[in-house]
Design a protein around this ligand. Sequence first.
Ligand code: PGA
Length: 258
Amino acid sequence: MTEVRKPLIAANWKMYKGPRETRDFVGRFAGLYPPRTDRTIVFFPPAISIPAFLDATVGRPDLQVGVQDVHADLEGAHTGAISAPMAAETGVGWGLAGHSERRSEFGDDDADVAGKLRRLLDAGLKPILCVGETLEERTAGRLEEVLRRQIEAALGGLGGRRWSPPVLAYEPVWAIGTGETASPADASEAHAIVREVRLEAPGDAARVVILYGGSVKPDNIDALLGARGVDGVLVGGASLEPASFARICDGRFDPQLL
Ligand code: PGA
């Protein structure tokens, strides 16, 4: 029997919510969003708030948690950084790699992202590889080339490791935190490119899971989650408020619309 397709809905809290606000959010969110077996929900709080998140969700194992970033080294003199094994030891199950803010603010290049992806896998975590073009690149007609470069570079670092199913987030940089959203048609187009690049890659042929990210809100979630090829969403700003994120987690999804 083939498994029913479930959407993956992820909250990227960035540098918002310390332990106290994390506990407060979970308490309120849990009251608004009862467990559902037909979707997967993952939160990415700041690393320092992960123990508080785990504490607050003891009765809600459906609310999963991940780390926003790890270093590409296993240990070393890297002040402020954390490694993938350290993150795994805290009890998280997931990790982001290649978020555009890491690329633009912290200078992560394709080689760093490849290293982080590899470390997440080695630590037994489920990575979400973030890719996406800037407005300049899109306007210059370079969407496909940029996505291809980012994905191939990250896959190139895997050295035969198994990544199944691969989970990627297509996040156009011009839509992140701007209130601009890709249209459902634009999202479908980009997701088709991501899917094709990944399918051409060697190794596992499991169906790629592709999230859309960039100004996802309660009022556009149904349209975006309903777009062909969209398997879920990665949400920043609109995940910070319990009612807003609960509405997003209840977004309409058609498992048949591949
Ligand atoms: P946004 O952020 O929803 O605030 O645009 C998305 C992201 O950066 O993952």
